[in-house]
Unconditional design. Structure first.
Length: 157
């Protein structure tokens, strides 16, 4: 069975990622998100199928630099532990290092640009677009910004 890693930051991006939950049981899956108060109960739901990266916000730039460095180190550890064949992400900064590391070691990267952006590129979208094996947009207008993308429609059912 193919190993698939689903990764995103917490909040809306994670909400989008969980819209893919029907796929979870079809693969040997693992989920990675940031640890915060809103998702403390996810361990009960997913058990050892979920791992956490540190939560950080760029509004606290000084501490964010250190947290992001730790996030990158933990990303390396988790990649080696999980060894995914595919990495599927809805973003943001949490997913960037994992996608680049995965690409370096032969994982296929599938990026789904957020539903929240209809007319502008996200920072993570700009970062992942050049390396994505499949780049999916949820708005047809976004194909103008990402010409090699695939229009997938809304992720929300």
């Amino acid at each position: 069975m193919k190993k698939v890693l689903f990764i995103s930051s917490t909040g809306g991006h994670f909400n989008e990622l969980t819209q893919l939950s029907p796929l979870f049981e079809k693969y040997d899956y693992h989920i990675i998100t940031e640890k915060d108060k809103t998702n403390a109960n996810l361990k009960q739901k997913y058990g050892d199928k979920i791992s956490y990266l540190p939560y950080g916000t760029r509004s606290k730039l000084f501490s964010y630099i250190f947290k992001y460095f730790y996030l990158c180190l933990k990303t390396i550890y988790l990649y080696i532990k999980i060894r995914p064949k595919y990495i599927i992400t809805t973003g943001t900064h949490t997913a960037g290092p994992m996608c680049y590391l995965g690409k370096l070691f032969g994982s296929k990267v599938i990026y789904i640009e957020t539903f929240a952006n209809k007319n502008t590129k996200t920072a993570t979208g700009r970062l992942i677009y050049p390396i994505a094996d499949l780049f999916i947009v949820q708005w047809e207008d976004m194909l103008k910004l990402y010409p090699k993308a695939v229009y997938g429609g809304s992720i929300y059912l």
